[in-house]
Design a protein around this ligand. Structure first.
Ligand SMILES: NC(=O)c1ccc[n+]([C@@H]2O[C@H](COP(=O)([O-])OP(=O)(O)OC[C@H]3O[C@@H](n4cnc5c(N)ncnc54)[C@H](O)[C@@H]3O)[C@@H](O)[C@H]2O)c1
Length: 337
């Protein structure tokens, strides 16, 4: 059985990926610190499976990471602090986890070579699109501490490939959405606010756009990268997205319409500092190489996601009641200048 270390496997994307890996008979080791964004409920069903192991710990823990590296064949690295707005309030933990945490993993890869290391980067590394759509050669202009620490991690991976010839693949997903996404992120935030008859806060004029891809489509292509010939793909970077852009206003309207909620729930507030105006993915490199295309349309994926939040109130209400969520909500939306 191929053994895979999955960092951040109790988070949104990680828990979907863990499910798929277990289904496909990999032996899965999830390393997750269970920060406010990590949630054991996301992987509750997997905890019973023989080929699934959960280890609570920090990717910065040198000894723990070393022990785990010795056990596995392949690594998929997702663990990160992921919320841009939180990075504006407290960048410190982003530098520690996203940059230094990745550095610790790479040092272990250098010392205990494994078959491959898949690094999950992000489209945020590009900043506002200078050329439409964004391909992998677009300049890296990070516009938030989150994006900057992810650029650091992304380029550190590349440097470890170039200098030590390590088997590293870098993937840059655009915006991902779906079931079990922490409700501070745009789509689940709007869905749950609408369900609670609370304001859908919109930064600036709401005309900023993003490229949205359904989480299961992302997982499918990450799994493909677990099996491609590594000599051919090491050191390569791939964008993953849908090639379609949606504005914040458009998403808010769709959600209000679906739940039959009034438009006066929309509340326009001051813009996010450094707000990226436009992100749209050119995934032609991926398409050419693997004949890959997103399977799920935005309409279909959004409907599945809205249904899930409607049917899983207990999951998100518990999070929204938590102190950590309430504090962020207060600082970011209520106390906002
Ligand atoms: N969600 C998106 O739209 C999106 C888009 C592009 C890239 N990404 C990248 O994908 C990855 C996963 O994103 P997500 O949306 O699932 O995030 P998430 O916030 O839902 O999950 C992150 C997980 O990492 C864990 N974690 C955080 N710090 C840790 C540490 N120091 N050690 C171990 N575990 C730690 C958390 O407990 C959590 O389970 C991230 O690297 C993110 O940058 C996400």
């Amino acid at each position: 059985m191929v053994k895979v270390l999955l960092t951040g496997g109790a988070g949104f994307i990680g828990s979907h990926l863990a499910e798929e890996l277990v289904k496909r008979n990999y032996e899965v080791y999830v390393l997750d610190k269970l920060t406010y964004a990590g949630n054991l409920e996301n992987i509750k069903k997997l905890l019973r499976e023989k080929n699934f192991h959960f280890i609570r710990g920090d990717i910065n823990n040198k000894n723990l990471v070393k022990q785990l590296f010795k056990k596995v064949d392949k690594i998929i690295h997702l663990a990160a602090e992921t919320h841009i707005d939180r990075s504006l309030l407290n960048p410190d933990i982003f530098v520690k986890t996203d940059f230094l945490g990745t550095y610790n993993l790479l040092e272990n890869l250098k010392n205990y070579p494994r078959e491959r290391f898949i690094h999950i980067s992000t489209s945020e590394v590009y900043g506002t699109a200078l050329i439409i759509p964004i391909n992998e050669n677009h300049p890296l202009n990070p516009q938030s501490p989150y994006a900057a620490t992810k650029v650091g991690a992304d380029r550190l991976c590349y440097a470890y490939y170039i200098t030590y010839n390590l088997p590293i693949i870098i993937l840059r997903p655009f915006n991902i959405y779906g079931e079990r996404q922490y409700p501070e992120k745009l789509i689940p935030f709007f869905i749950t606010q609408a369900l609670e008859d609370k304001p859908l806060f919109i930064y600036g004029d709401g005309e900023n756009t993003r490229d949205y891809l359904y989480v299961k489509d992302l997982c499918e292509i990450i799994l493909k990268f677990l099996e491609v010939p590594i000599e051919k793909y090491k050191g390569k970077v791939f964008n993953i997205g849908s090639g379609l852009e949606y504005s914040v206003n458009e998403i808010a309207y769709r959600i209000l319409e679906y739940f039959k909620k009034p438009k006066n729930l929309l509340k326009f507030i001051s813009d996010r500092k450094g707000h990226v105006k436009r992100l749209i993915c050119d995934y032609s490199k991926l398409e050419k190489e693997f004949n890959w295309q997103p399977k799920t349309s935005f309409e279909e994926g959004l409907e599945k996601t809205m249904k899930w939040y409607l049917e899983n109130e207990r999951w998100w209400r518990k999070i929204k009641k938590s102190k950590v969520f309430q504090r962020f909500y207060y600082l970011n939306y209520i106390k906002r200048k």
